[in-house]
Design a protein around this ligand. Structure first.
Ligand code: CO
Length: 234
């Protein structure tokens, strides 16, 4: 196991390597940041934002919390969003959840972990509001997968509903909000098809994304062996 001094050593090697490949990289970066994307993702250590989309320091503005939630009164998340949209003027906000999310699973199974249960209550609320999307034929794993997907659509919708994004659209600022989900088992991102770039299109986009999600999941009702394996992959 690495101890802390190993981390500092790693850092020295990393910085030297970057500088060797691209002399002056840090000096240039220290003068300004101009990322085009804001990433809102889970705090999970297995979903490192920059790495999985192949972006360098300076290219991605990042906010992460447990279960990638966008809560309307969370000043931390709202401040990141406001700075990204109004100061950095990012063009895309990506809400990226992931299958196998411990926070979402705890919410689904109502496993008590303490204070965090109150945070995850927001995810349980999604279940209450979408009872019909969880059928009796679904396994626990399939239900948790579906909740991970619905959670992305919900949080991306919350981004669209903020005064920050609404105001940007009214000003005519180019800004699109997207919902993605990452699979730990294969390292691949799936676009859930929610792409909102204008005021008043959220409901239609959300409906479309939901329908696509349900259509894609239909084979799960009578899964052949291969689909059953895929369904269990997270
Ligand atoms: Co997670």
């Amino acid at each position: 196991m690495l101890n802390l001094s190993d981390l500092i050593d790693n850092n020295r090697r990393w910085a030297a390597g970057v500088e060797r490949r691209e002399p002056g990289f840090f000096d240039r970066l220290s003068r300004q940041q101009a990322p085009r994307y804001l990433w809102i993702g889970c705090a999970d250590s297995r979903v490192p934002a920059n790495e999985i989309v192949g972006l360098l320091p300076g290219e991605l503005f990042v906010h992460r919390n447990v279960a990638n939630l966008v809560v309307h009164s969370d000043l931390n998340c709202l401040s990141v969003l406001q700075y990204a949209v109004e100061v950095l003027r990012v063009e895309h906000v990506i809400v990226c959840g992931h299958y196998g999310c411990g926070g979402v699973e705890a919410a689904w199974k109502r496993t008590p972990f303490g204070l965090i249960d109150n945070w995850l209550r927001h995810v349980q609320d999604i279940v209450e509001r979408n009872r019909t999307l969880f059928t009796r034929t679904m396994t626990d794993a399939q239900s948790a997968d579906r909740l991970c997907e619905l959670n992305v659509l919900e949080q991306a919708s919350n981004v669209c509903r903020t005064t920050i994004v609404q105001d940007a659209w009214r000003r005519g600022q180019p800004l699109a909000v997207h919902g993605w989900i990452y699979r730990l088992r294969n390292g691949l991102i799936r676009d859930l098809g929610l792409n909102v770039s204008r005021e008043n299109t959220l409901d239609a986009e959300r409906e479309r994304a939901l329908r696509a999600l349900m259509a894609a999941e239909m084979p799960r009702e009578t899964p052949p062996a291969s689909a059953a394996i895929e369904g269990g992959k997270r």
